[in-house]
Ligand binder design. Structure first.
Ligand code: IVH
Length: 668
């Protein structure tokens, strides 16, 4: 038996070494055939001795069964974001802030690529990969261990005889541009979804319930930092930490450099900007981090981002094309937006065919006409827009576009509200465009998150009279849908499941899903935390709404109009009758464990709770409330006019959150 165990250990180590040589160093040590025989031998021993299979065995990379849903993982330390600098002035301001706060001038910065992928946490215990999670909202992410394990560039066991007991790596998963193009080719051939850009492809590949699909996708990973670590892990410099991570067999970026000041920062930025297109993967800027960890600690954090780092973003990419036509689009709230239909042009990795002209004033200010040559710009996921017209190229036949007086969809009058740039269709519940857009918004990811109802399908169901409003989503007749175009047994099953899952939501998401004019995601969360029940929202007056953080008269007016409308009340009641629910405060209290082992300090005036109430809430969920901030504090909850406790938290690097964030932690 000992012989078998030794051979197994040896095989696992050898295969891991070959994976490292092949995938990370691009320098295979043996032939594919030799590698295969080692792998087969390992598989054979394991199948004869299943009790000896360990999670770090290379055979366990693809093996798991498809999951029903993603589990949630609370990050041991929040995954923060970065402050942005657009342009040299903002970069200089960052540099000035850092030098002045630290009161020294010779500061080293680590200059790194800002990868345009998705942030991942890899949790290693005793050197073995225990779990992997997406960033999620920074506090709670999704468990994607089964998919991460299929990525050969990520070691299942760290290359060290004496690995730290606990080591959480943070980094970015991405897809090379070449692999993205190839994937889309294959997807097209199989009539499957094509991805808009490599980041979406990487995210789509990781958020797969079936690891066998992820295993087929070529994904890369680069570590750029650490999360939770045990006390043995200590570094004086960020660059030392990265070298250490690399020594463990984990990929790190080859492009990082140390720079000494803002002049060298700008030079690095310009150099990489010049190489950007030739890089194998997409980046959207440069990250500068103060290299000394001691200085990092001195600088601390502001809200959710460190003061010791900045993302210096690349300017949005631009391209020239022609306006073939201008049409109008009717939005969810009836807003009429002129849209330029463009000769297709490739910008920042996607083919752009439409660009928003925002509104009539904006279109006239830029004097955009049909037939014009224009410069279009696309930044990240933002809708492309026309930057300017190339007047020298304006043809004689260029035509000025006049906005319609009637809605092109429902024929209702279009009105322009005084003081607003937007024009709106007055059709509301009569306007099919508004209803369809409202349905699409309701099912979107940040709202009820229902998969399987794309725009074309919503159109189709709407035309057939099966989906007349958002409440109908929960009354769909799946037997009929199964026989419709674009549907098969499997996709109907998925849709059914997705609709079922959506029934368990949070009050904030539900309010956002309703698509009330002027009420976005953040306002919806504020409303949920303040009113805590739908009844309270229905019964509120303008004055009540005005009590909520950040809500002014315009939003309060929208809310009253929406909740006092009989049609809306009927739709909402019908949805609730279909079984939609969210945890009420009582149930949140009953969960009792979400905040286990976490200590909170409260400072400033809270909006939704008295001090006693928030204390009860935290304690009922297993957390503790303390009067002073120390390194052991998990979170500091700040209200209005916070005291010195907030500064102390920044100094010690203790995350600062709001009462809304706390509600989210409890609700999610
Ligand atoms: S450091 C506290 N380094 O940018 C510092 N982030 O807005 C946290 N990102 O979600 C991140 N390249 O996914 C860091 N070299 C890099 C990065 C990087 C890309 C992403 C990361 C994060 C976002 C921050």
């Amino acid at each position: 038996m000992q012989d078998i165990k030794d051979r197994l250990k040896n095989l696992k180590k050898t295969i891991q070494e070959h994976d490292h040589a092949y995938y990370l160093l691009d320098d295979p040590l043996i032939s594919d055939h030799e590698y295969d025989s080692l792998f087969q031998e390992l598989k054979k021993i394991e199948s004869e001795n299943p009790h000896l299979i360990t999670p770090d065995s290379p055979t366990q990379r693809v093996g798991g069964r498809p999951l029903d849903e993603f589990k949630q993982i609370t990050h041991k330390k929040p995954m923060l974001s970065l402050g942005n600098a657009f342009g040299n002035d903002e970069l200089n301001a960052f540099y000035k802030r850092v030098t002045e706060t630290l009161d020294i001038t010779d500061i080293e910065f680590s200059a790194e690529l800002k990868f345009d992928g998705l942030a991942i946490s890899l949790f290693y215990e005793e050197g073995v990969l225990k779990y992997a999670a997406t960033r999620g909202d920074g506090l709670v992410g999704e468990d994607v261990t089964h998919n991460i394990k299929t990525m050969k560039v990520i070691p299942l066991r760290l290359r060290s005889d004496n690995p730290p007991k606990i080591l959480e790596l943070r980094g970015e998963v991405l897809m090379n541009k070449e692999d993205f193009l190839e994937l889309n080719e294959q997807q097209k051939k199989q009539d499957l979804k094509v991805f808009a850009n490599p980041r979406n492809a990487a995210a789509g590949s990781l958020r797969q319930l079936d690891p066998a699909v992820t295993a087929k996708r070529k994904l890369q990973f680069f570590a750029y930092g650490l999360g939770e670590v045990d006390t043995s892990v200590h570094f004086d410099y960020h660059s030392q930490m990265i070298d250490f991570i690399e020594s463990l067999g984990v990929p790190v970026s080859k492009y990082s450099e140390i720079v000494q000041n803002n002049i060298e920062m700008e030079a690095y930025f310009q150099k990489i900007l010049g190489q950007r297109n030739a890089l194998p993967f997409d980046i959207d800027g440069i990250v500068f981090k103060v290299n000394s960890i001691k200085s990092q600690n001195n600088l601390g954090f502001v809200s959710k981002a460190p003061r010791w780092a900045i993302a210096y973003k690349f300017p949005a990419e631009e391209a020239e094309t022609i306006v073939n036509d201008i049409t109008v689009q009717v939005g969810r709230t009836g807003a009429i937006t002129p849209v330029a239909r463009l000769k297709p042009v490739f910008v920042s990795g996607v083919t752009v065919t439409n660009a928003t002209l925002h509104n009539e004033d904006e279109m006239n200010r830029k004097d955009i006409r049909i037939g014009d040559s224009v410069i279009v710009r696309r930044a990240g996921d933002v809708v492309p827009e026309v930057v300017r017209v190339i007047l020298e190229k304006r043809p004689n036949h260029a035509i000025k576009f006049t906005m319609p007086k009637q809605c092109p969809i429902c024929g209702s009058d279009i009105e322009r509200i005084d003081g607003e740039a937007a024009q709106r269709c007055t059709g509301q519940y009569k306007c099919n465009a508004q209803i369809k857009q409202g349905i699409s918004h309701f099912i979107s990811r940040k709202a009820m998150n229902i998969d399987g109802l794309g725009e074309k399908i919503v159109d189709q169901l709407f035309e057939q009279g099966m989906l007349k409003n958002i409440a109908d989503i929960y009354k769909l007749d799946f037997a009929v849908i199964e026989n419709m175009d674009r549907f098969g047994k499997k996709s109907v099953e998925n849709l059914k499941e997705s609709i079922e899952i959506s029934k368990k939501t949070t009050l904030g998401k539900f309010i956002y899903a309703l698509g009330i004019r002027n009420v976005g995601e953040a306002t919806s969360k504020e409303l949920a935390a303040y009113f805590r029940s739908l009844d309270n929202l229905f019964n509120a007056t303008v004055e009540d709404y005005l009590m909520v953080n950040d809500i002014g008269p315009v939003v309060a007016e929208s809310l009253v109009k929406y909740f006092h409308n009989a049609n809306n009340q009927q739709i909402i009641n019908s949805i609730i009758a279909s079984g939609i629910s969210w945890p009420t405060l009582k149930e949140i209290n009953a969960i009792n464990s979400k905040l286990n082992n976490q200590t909170f300090v409260v400072t400033g005036t809270l909006n939704s709770f008295s001090r006693d109430e928030i204390k009860d809430l935290i304690e009922a969920n297993g957390g503790k409330v303390s009067g002073s901030v120390s390194k052991k504090t998990s979170y500091v909850i700040v209200g209005d006019n916070p005291g010195s406790k907030a500064d102390k938290a920044s100094e010690l690097g203790v995350p600062i959150i709001t009462e809304i964030n706390l509600m989210e932690m409890l609700n999610d």
